[in-house]
Design a protein around this ligand. Structure first.
Ligand SMILES: Cc1cc2nc3c(=O)[nH]c(=O)nc-3n(C[C@H](O)[C@H](O)[C@H](O)COP(=O)(O)OP(=O)(O)OC[C@H]3O[C@@H](n4cnc5c(N)ncnc54)[C@H](O)[C@@H]3O)c2cc1C
Ligand code: SF4
Length: 502
């Protein structure tokens, strides 16, 4: 029986982050472990409110009150079991999820302090490692059926693990040189150290999942070859088509890059250094990726922009501006606009924002300024108002508000336009819809029979928790398609949307 008064005795507390000067001198994670005393205290704040809205906030349906109480009572092994019943990779979500569950926590009503659900989750995930490691589950007798998973991000990996545990032979195809999708080279080490991925991959391999890296499906192997070798195919290729701004004068200048080009290259340097390998520290056009001593301008306000900010500081940037088209959001939930338990529009500050840099809201770039040699030297911005008319976004510059910011390096982190246009799509007979995503039927099959889709490729650029949830659900559909015995867990259907005020 949970403690009904815990939240009256204890305030919400998170572990202290490592000091800024220390953490920007390395690439290690920002948060140290919380310690057992703090985490049991915080789990005690969950009062098991009867109707756990946090379950609806979490796309995985994580059994949050159950494992909070198990942590409160020090029952760590059972907490590990309970958490893994719904989430294949809590070490990823516990570190990286923006925690829509916390926005839906009953303790947050009326501006209260929700339970630190995400922090409890990561501590349970790490306890699993500390208490004997991520042991492979025994898998049943082989079914004789085989599945190809294309793409090794959290969607593909969650599906692969579910299917292997049901006795199917699973091969994951990844065009990159390492498994993990955006977790591997998209998300910097200071948010997710890569040992967490490697540990999980060892578990999947021991459960029978085969990994084939350096294989671009549609180029190195054809769709027909894959269909001939496997009984079903899951496409989990992500939504990696970066949005650009070709119409902005000066876009072609040296030093103006897609954020992902810079970020991935920077993360590869860190990975290479960790392995003692030499790293290629230039982009494909020969530009050095180092921000050391440079004035950096990051355009965009989301995860990618914040990750670029953290990277720029660790590389020793002279100064960083982060530009956002929209006005500064409020600090607290506007209940008229976003009533509890929906996800509120509020100012989100990441640990990277404590590390320096200036955020500039309600501005748009008018021109990337040439230094006379084809290299960017500045960014001319104007204050703007933004409104929606007939579903279209209208951006209006305010006359006389223009000014120039110094810039040697400009990173475009203005979002993604869906999954990439690539040969694989045509070969499988699958189309991108108006959002650049691939539609799924209610059973997760695409227009092509026996070819399923999950994760960002289906949903558009989203979150790790959604990718895992969709990977699990698509695996359940594939298991049924293959005539597997029993049912696998399917936390979401393809039409499921985040909690919203209707
Ligand atoms: C910089 C950045 C930071 C982020 N930070 C967060 C965060 O803090 N928290 C959060 O919840 N979410 C975050 N996200 C979003 C999150 O990473 C994604 O939603 C999630 O990774 C999607 O998982 P996925 O498996 O669908 O695809 P991905 O992780 O994108 O993986 C797709 C994989 O498919 C491979 N692939 C594509 N085509 C082929 C092919 N033809 N053959 C073989 N392989 C192929 C790609 O190489 C890639 O490895 C972030 C995203 C970015 C870009
Ligand atoms: S996965 Fe995300 S939404 Fe679900 S319990 Fe963890 S932090 Fe909350």
């Amino acid at each position: 029986m949970p403690d009904p008064n815990g939240f009256l005795r204890y305030d919400r507390r998170l572990p202290a982050r490592r000091p800024v000067p220390v953490r920007i001198s390395d690439w290690r994670e920002v948060y140290p472990p919380a310690g057992e005393e703090l985490i049991r205290e915080q789990a005690t704040r969950c009062m098991d409110c009867g109707i756990p809205f946090c379950h609806d906030g979490c796309p995985l349906g994580n059994r949050i009150p159950d494992w909070n109480d198990l942590v409160r009572t020090g029952n760590w092994d059972a907490a590990v079991e309970s958490l893994h019943a719904t989430n294949n990779f809590p070490e990823f979500t516990g570190r990286l999820c923006p925690a829509p569950c916390e926005a839906a926590c009953v303790l947050g009503i009326g501006g209260g302090q929700p339970v630190t659900i995400k922090q409890v989750e990561v501590e349970i995930a790490d306890a699993a490692v500390a208490r004997g490691g991520l042991r492979p589950r025994p898998v049943p007798a082989p079914t004789g059926r085989s599945v190809a998973v294309v793409g090794s991000g959290p969607a593909g990996l969650a599906a692969a693990q579910q299917l292997a545990r049901a006795g199917h032979a699973v091969t994951v195809y990844e065009r990159d040189d390492a498994i993990g999708g955006l977790l591997r080279y998209g998300i910097p080490d200071f948010k997710l150290e890569k040992q967490h991925i490697d540990r999980r991959l060892a578990q999947l391999a021991a459960e029978g999942v085969q990994f084939r890296t350096g294989v671009d499906v549609g180029v190195d192997v054809t769709a027909d070859q894959l269909r001939a070798e496997h009984d079903a195919v899951l496409l989990a290729c992500g939504a990696l088509q970066g949005r650009d701004t070709p119409e902005t004068p000066g876009r072609q200048l040296r030093g103006v890059h897609q954020a992902m080009a810079h970020l991935v290259a920077a993360n590869r340097v860190v990975a290479a250094a960790g392995d003692g390998r030499p790293a290629l520290a230039v982009l494909s056009d020969g530009t050095p990726i180092d921000a050391a001593g440079k004035h950096v301008v990051i355009i965009g306000g989301g995860d990618t922009a914040a990750d670029c900010l953290g990277v720029a500081h660790r590389q020793g940037a002279a100064g960083v501006h982060q530009l956002d088209l929209y006005p500064e959001p409020p600090q607290t939930r506007d209940a008229a606009r976003d009533p509890w338990p929906t996800w509120p529009w509020v100012l989100r500050s990441y640990p990277a924002h404590e590390e320096g840099g200036e955020r500039v809201f309600a501005v748009a770039v008018q021109e990337f300024v040439d230094d006379g040699t084809g290299q960017v030297k500045g960014v001319r911005i104007a204050e703007v108002s933004v409104e929606k008319r007939d579903g279209r976004r209208i951006v209006t510059p305010l006359p006389g508000s223009e000014r120039e910011l110094p810039a040697d390096l400009v990173l475009l982190a203005i979002g993604f336009e869906g999954t990439e246009q690539q040969p694989l799509l045509e070969q499988f007979g699958v189309r991108r819809n108006a959002r650049g995503a691939v539609d799924a039927r209610p059973d997760w099959q695409t227009d092509a029979d026996g070819v399923f889709v999950a994760g960002d490729m289906h949903r558009g650029a989203s979150l790790i928790v959604w990718a895992i949830a969709e990977g699990r659900a698509a695996a359940a559909a594939i298991h049924a398609y293959l005539g597997g015995v029993g049912e696998l867990a399917a936390p979401v259907d393809p039409a499921r949307q985040p909690l919203a005020a209707r």
